[in-house]
Design a protein around this ligand. Structure first.
Ligand SMILES: [Zn+2]
Length: 75
């Protein structure tokens, strides 16, 4: 499982990849990567902050989970 923490932007944020429905967004801040999700209109949470490989693996995992959970009924 992932531990989600309140996200406060510290510097310029770059979006690398957005999952289906933009449920999870892989971002970078300098050399640090993390996964971002929107909690409500103005609030974000982040998880898996660290090097690219670590954050990207978490993002892929979460994106896959999203597709299974949110779109199960559609298939
Ligand atoms: Zn979706």
């Amino acid at each position: 499982m992932y531990i989600w923490e309140p996200h406060t932007p510290q510097r310029l944020r770059y979006v690398k990849e957005a999952s289906c429905c933009e449920a999870y967004i892989l971002c970078s801040e300098g050399a640090q990567y993390y996964v971002l999700r929107r909690v409500d209109f103005a609030r974000f949470e982040e998880t898996a902050r660290g090097p690219y490989g670590y954050a990207a693996a978490a993002w892929l995992d979460l994106a896959e989970q999203h597709e299974q959970e949110a779109h199960r009924a559609a298939s």
